[in-house]
Ligand binder design. Sequence first.
Ligand code: GTP
Ligand code: MG
Length: 632
Amino acid sequence: MKSIIVGTAGHIDHGKTALVKALTGIDADRLQEEKRRGITIDLGFAHMELPTANGEILRLGFVDVPGHERFVRNMLAGVGGIDLVLLVIAADESIKPQTREHFDILQLIGVQRGITVLTKSDAVDSETLDVVRMEVEEFLRGTFLESPTASIVAVSSITGAGLLELKRTITDAAAEITQRDSHALARLPIDRVFTMKGFGTVVTGTLISGEIRKEEELEVFPTGRRVRVRGVQVHGQAAESAVAGQRTALNLAGASVEDLARGMTLAPAATFSATRRIDVQLRLLASAPRPLKNRVRIHFHAHAMETVAELKLHGQMQIAPGESAFARITLPEPTLLLPGDRFIIRQFSPVVTIGGGVVLDAAPMKRTAGLLDLLSLLSKANEEEIIQARIMRQGTTGITTAKLVSETSWTREKIGKLVAKALTQGSVVRMGDTYVQGLAVETLKSTLVDRTAQFHKQNPLVGGIGREQLREQVKVPNEIFAAVLDALVRARKLEIEGDILRLPGRGVVMKDDEAESKKKIEDAFFSAGLKVPALPEVLAGLKLDKDRAQKIVTLLLREKALVKISDGLVFHHAALEELRRLILARKTKSSNIDVAQFKELTGVSRKYAIPLLEYLDRERITRRVGDMREIL
Ligand SMILES: Nc1nc2c(ncn2[C@@H]2O[C@H](COP(=O)(O)OP(=O)(O)OP(=O)(O)O)[C@@H](O)[C@H]2O)c(=O)[nH]1
Ligand SMILES: [Mg+2]
């Protein structure tokens, strides 16, 4: 069963609501004030089912919009999700201002299919009807409603003339419409919020993509509130789920009517993020009263939301009526918008529709080099290229699948398929859950090798560069750094020992005086046994400057010839081995030793005894028990 949304459009009093009623039997004017004044103020809804030529059932959800020029903003809130438009033109009045404005909006929003309905055919004679038909054909020339691609049907909602033909035309047109993707991630722009006795909070909207099931957890944008779907209704009947292209009512747990409003959007929890900046492709209507300047305030409408926003043209100071441009729109509040979303802009004052367009990027980056190229690529809609461009612009930072999902609204599966070829070709590399451009990885590899070589050159007395120190220099996420390092080690471009990275075969390069000093330091500690000299004294006796001498000590510590047991207290490892033997030998006599006995056994002063005993504790040769040590 196919579900599509039919919207009305057209000038005030041209018979939109009457037509919906004649088709569906439902009066879409639900407000008291509407009934009293005989005009539509806000969106109205209706539904019906029609059998198609091949015997299937077509489910139609209707969105009836107001024609009054003061309520265009309400019309805009409803027009977002429609698949098929009925452009209503009264035969006794022909084309009027809101016929034009609504039709402009439909084209800017990108509505692809529609039927032009000449209403009130009973109110005119056949000659007049023919004249109006010709005027209308002229008006529609070159647009998506041009005949014979789209039909013009004359009806009377009073006599019922033409209604059967219109129904047939609707089912024919519906057959040409591809059902919205119910496997995509769900998005429901909210157009109504109310409470219902026995149900609690209810929201309605046109489900523009995906599917929403009972018991599902959803996130409210932009507030971030989590809600649970207690119940789903489609066309006034309880259902297990609603799918894209259906007018949908949800009974929600976790939010009251005060927490929700028209313009908010429901989407799967923890999947998307709201944004305040979007890059767009924009078209100024040929009928716009003046050129569009850079940095102007405009009224911005997308889905069911509207706000005042700032518009900045990319690389242009202004555009003339009828022209297109790339632009950045800055919104006052974070909003859930995604590439492909359509929007309308209206002049700040006086308020008239002047243009509209499509969102290209709802996660624009700060760096602007190559921005126009990127936007032109994003506007061409080659999905493989779009994914690659989104990976590429992140450089060596890469981008996770989750972030790609939130940037594109494509599912993980779809993204997986779109990068598959690039992965085999190596133009994209996958590291954990992060995709990185192949070229960026290669650049990173040579940077790491270069930096290591540079380090060797500047620090000949150090065996290699610390892992973290190198990562700090290149500033890439740990996951990517680790993976690239691993690849370099496997390719024998780098060696790693503990936390130290070096070029293969490289290590400390010592000059003669340095080698001599190294030997002197080691000898001094070796011959001292446990009665070690103070380190600064030893270093002072060398011919080297302090800095190089300190590096040699670090080298000896790293080679484990010397061992540091506390601040400023260093021993030769042979002396500590000897100590270990002494202690273990004592165990044959007694399993305990106190500080005095330790001093006697080793001949060291108290100043050394305590740190040495603590060292032995750490090494698990002894264990402190009160004032004593137990030998383990
Ligand atoms: N004679 C005749 N009158 C019609 C026909 N359709 C609608 N009307 C009348 O035209 C008037 C306006 O009809 P609506 O359906 O409310 O017009 P609308 O386009 O919904 O108006 P807005 O929603 O306010 O823009 C009403 O008085 C209707 O009875 C028709 O086919 N023939
Ligand atoms: Mg109406």
